[in-house]
Design a protein around this ligand. Structure first.
Ligand code: OXD
Length: 309
């Protein structure tokens, strides 16, 4: 697809998510015939919008479409559909990023290894200069474990590929009940309604579900009760898919041995949340996709799509 007027507004409070001069130079080389404007701020973006046929942005409000008659495509790095509203007239196509898996799977792996190798204990011992060699007898290796990935889109599939390389056995969970092919990264595929039968055998349960009404508290107290004793839970999708009260009960009274949490119902996580002081929880601040490579990966994906459409 040929782009004539590209408008970019990729400024974000997270610096790794913001466009740098080297990215502008790269885009100019990749699209030598396009006019490229980089908005200096929100107001400048809206002033330039009427001329743009393609926009790269973090945010787009539904009433902005009225001021964008030449616009054909919006590309946003976000995987979630939370910040770019769809065109109410259905004319402009939006592409959401699906490149994050390669980074997020390393964040997930680090959480799994943190729990499997009891690194929390190592750090606590190190602070007190304790040589606690006898506290590792129940460390487990990923190659002997079952991992369940709930939400098996691009992110889940990328995570499965990495965990499989460590020898883990992967169960992929999809929400829809229709038939589906088995993906290469998954040893088995099940639908959400079969979850309770699978949970008692699963060592690590990973959530990479999108937010929204369809996933609100989709994993409930019954599911928590069905989990294997000593299992771990990870959430790198959205914080709405279970009630944090249910999670806390499972962390305090079992069956959960721990949880690696990157996303929460309310973000930033409220300082009064009991999760902060729960000892078997590892908290990261919605940072699982943050990396130096972020905007480069987005540009690579975007250029690939432009060549295909
Ligand atoms: C996203 C995110 O890209 O959660 O959706 O960061």
């Amino acid at each position: 697809m040929k782009i004539s007027n590209l408008l970019i507004h990729l400024h974000n409070s997270v610096d790794a998510f913001s466009l740098k001069q080297r990215h502008v130079e790269l885009i100019s080389k990749l699209l030598p015939d396009a006019r490229i404007s980089v908005a200096t701020g929100g107001r400048d973006f809206l002033e330039k919008l009427p001329e743009a046929d393609c926009v790269l942005a973090w945010e787009f409000k539904s009433d902005w479409y009225a001021n964008a008659s030449k616009l054909k495509f919006i590309f946003t790095p976000a995987a979630g559909h939370d910040w770019v509203d769809v065109d109410p007239a259905g004319r402009v196509r939006t592409f959401y990023g699906s490149f994050h898996g390669r980074v997020m799977r390393e964040s997930l792996l680090s959480m799994i290894l943190y729990f499997n190798r009891h690194l929390g204990k190592s750090l606590a011992d190190q602070k007190k200069r304790i040589w606690g060699r006898f506290g590792y007898n129940d460390c487990a290796a990923l190659f002997s474990q079952q991992v369940m990935i709930i939400g098996f889109g691009a992110l889940g599939q990328s995570m499965a590929e990495l965990l499989k390389a460590f020898g883990a056995s992967i169960t992929a969970v999809k929400r829809e009940t229709g038939g589906f092919e088995c993906y290469p990264g998954a040893d088995r595929m099940v639908t959400f309604d079969k979850l309770e039968e699978e949970l008692p055998d699963t060592d690590h349960v990973v959530f990479v579900l999108p937010g929204g009404a369809k996933t609100d508290a989709i994993f409930n107290a019954r599911h928590f009760n069905a989990m294997k004793s000593g299992a771990y839970l990870y959430n790198l999708g959205r914080g709405n898919c279970y009630r944090e009260e249910d999670l806390l009960i499972a962390l305090k009274n079992g069956p959960l041995a721990g949880a690696g949490l990157d996303v929460f119902c309310e973000e930033p996580l409220n300082s009064a949340s009991l999760l902060w002081q729960q000892p078997n929880v590892l908290i990261t601040p919605h940072s699982s996709a943050i990396s130096r490579e972020y905007i480069d990966l987005f540009i690579q994906e975007w250029i690939g799509i432009l060549r295909e459409i």
